[in-house]
Design a protein around this ligand. Structure first.
Ligand code: SF4
Length: 286
C-alpha cells in the first residue's frame, strides 16, 4: 500500500479544473457539476446543516464582501479575531499541518485556543505529519481531531482490488478526503483556510472572507495576502513547530504515496501527484 503511484498518461482531469460558467463569478459552476462534487447532493451541507442554519442570503453575501474589503489591510491575527467574534462557536479549521496551517494554529492558540481544529486522516499520512499533531498538542494544548474515512486503508484497498491512488487519485481523494470534509463541515458556519493568493492562479482571487459554494460555509483566508517568506519568517521568529519533511526537499506534504521531494527549480507543488494531471486534492478548488 505504500508504493509510489505509477504515472498515468491519460489521468482524469480533477473536477476543479472543469470549465467555469460565469465570467463575473470565478467560483461559479453549473449546478450539475456541484452535485458531482458533493457526496450527498440532496442533503444540506456545511452551514446549511447547522443549528441554526446560515444561508448565503444577499444580506450575508453583502456583509462578507464588505468585511472582506475592510480586512484587506488587517493582520492574519486580526482577521482570525474577527472570525472568532463573528462565528464562534461555529468556527472551525481543517489542517494538513502545512507551514501555513501551523502559523494559523499558532495564532489561534493565542486568539481562541478552544477553536475546534481537525485533520483529514486518510490513513496515508506520513509519520512525520502524525508526529506533528502530537507536537501541537504538547506545545499549545490543542488536540487536533482526526476525521477518518468510513473504511480503513486495508478495507478500502481490499474493496477496490488494490490502492486506488495508483490508478485514480481523484477517486481516492474524493473518498478519503472530500467526503470526510463534507461530513466534518456540517454544522459549522465558517472555517479558516490556510491558502495564500500567491500560491496559484486559482487562489490569486481568493477573498479574505467569502462564501464557499462547494462546502456551503463562510471561508476565511487570513493568510491570503501573505507570501511564503512571511509564513517562514513567523515560523522561525516564533519557534513554531513544522513538518521536518520541509527540510528534506518536500515543500508541500500530502499523503506519502502521492508526495515526492522536488528538484531544484521545480514548482513547490511539483511533488504532489507527480506523473498525474492533478495539482489539488479538491479541497480548495471551487
Ligand atoms: S493524496 Fe493520494 S493517497 Fe491521499 S487521498 Fe489523495 S489520492 Fe489518496
Amino acid at each position: 500500500m505504500s508504493a509510489r503511484p505509477q504515472p498515468l498518461m491519460n489521468a482524469p482531469v480533477p473536477p476543479g479544473d472543469s470549465e467555469k460558467t460565469d465570467p463575473k463569478d470565478p467560483n461559479a459552476k453549473p449546478a450539475a457539476l456541484l452535485k458531482v462534487l458533493s457526496p450527498n447532493p440532496d442533503e444540506p451541507r456545511g452551514a446549511l446543516a447547522a443549528t441554526p442554519p446560515l444561508h448565503p442570503t444577499d444580506e450575508l453575501l453583502e456583509e462578507l464582501e464588505r468585511e472582506s474589503e475592510s480586512l484587506e489591510k488587517a493582520t492574519p491575527k486580526e482577521i482570525l479575531r474577527w472570525a472568532v467574534d463573528r462565528f464562534a462557536p461555529k468556527f472551525t479549521m481543517a489542517t494538513a499541518f502545512g507551514p501555513e496551517g501551523m502559523t494559523i494554529i499558532h495564532m489561534l492558540a493565542e486568539v481562541a485556543p478552544e477553536t475546534p481544529i481537525f485533520n483529514l486522516d486518510t490513513g496515508y499520512q506520513f509519520k512525520e505529519t502524525l508526529e506533528l499533531r502530537e507536537r501541537v498538542k504538547e506545545k499549545y494544548g490543542i488536540e487536533v481531531e482526526y476525521k477518518l474515512p468510513e473504511l480503513t486503508v486495508a478495507e478500502y484497498e481490499a474493496a477496490n482490488g488494490g490502492p486506488v491512488y495508483k490508478s485514480n487519485p481523484n477517486q481516492c481523494c474524493f473518498d478519503r478526503k472530500l467526503k470526510v470534509l463534507h461530513e466534518s463541515a456540517k454544522g459549522h458556519h465558517a472555517w479558516a483556510s490556510a491558502i495564500r493568493r500567491d500560491q496559484s492562479p486559482d487562489r490569486a482571487t481568493a477573498p479574505i472572507v467569502g462564501w464557499d459554494r462547494k462546502f456551503q460555509l463562510v471561508k476565511i483566508s487570513p493568510l491570503a495576502n501573505w507570501t511564503k517568506k512571511d509564513v517562514w519568517s513567523m515560523i522561525t521568529s516564533e519557534n513554531i513547530p513544522y513538518n521536518p519533511l520541509h527540510d528534506q526537499g518536500y515543500p508541500s506534504v500530502g499523503c506519502f504515496p502521492c508526495t515526492r521531494a522536488v528538484l531544484p527549480g521545480e514548482d513547490e507543488r511539483a511533488g504532489r501527484w507527480s506523473g498525474f494531471k492533478k495539482t489539488e486534492c479538491g479541497l480548495h478548488s471551487s
